[in-house]
Ligand binder design. Structure first.
Ligand code: NAD
Length: 126
């Protein structure tokens, strides 16, 4: 497992698939909101250049681990290293579905429609 370290105090969030389309934007948003994102990605549908771009945008050096999310040994190493506050899972969801029966119940379109509906009905916020 290739790795790059960034030690920092704060709330750590593991982002599997963090170099992907949605994951990379999420990593930037997390960093800019004061969290310490840690990427786990096997680059099967992305590349280390994405991490370079994330670092260029944030001015940070985001920790990333090149590993398959289904690799128990590799993921255990990452979990040994950090005390994660939360995990956002964008990498291959097939194992979660196969072994746990977990499957997304809403599409991005559903979620966007919900958000828009809520905002329209609550223009002043909470
Ligand atoms: N893009 C969309 O509009 C959209 C809409 C709804 C749901 N989703 C879901 O959100 C998730 C992320 O979507 P995306 O568009 O960012 O996809 P993406 O392919 O751009 O990103 C997925 C990332 O996960 C990595 N990855 C894949 N398998 C892996 C594995 N076994 N171990 C480690 N890393 C692995 C890839 O290298 C890639 O960087 C997917 O589950 C997708 O089905 C996406």
């Amino acid at each position: 497992m290739d790795k790059q370290f960034y030690s920092g105090e704060g709330r750590h969030v593991l982002v599997t698939g963090g170099a992907g389309y949605i994951g990379s934007h999420t990593v930037i948003e997390l960093f800019e909101s004061g969290y310490i994102p840690v990427i786990l990605d096997n680059f099967s549908n992305s590349s280390p250049q994405v991490v370079d771009r994330i670092n260029a945008v944030t001015g940070a050096s985001i920790a990333y681990y090149v590993a398959d999310v289904n690799d128990r040994k590799a993921t255990a190493e990452v979990f040994d290293r950090y005390d994660f506050d939360s995990i956002i899972h964008f990498a291959d969801p097939t194992k979660a579905e196969h072994e746990l029966g977990w499957k997304a119940t809403k599409s991005l379109d559903d979620m966007t429609a919900d958000t828009w509906s809520w905002q329209s009905q609550n223009p002043a916020g909470y």
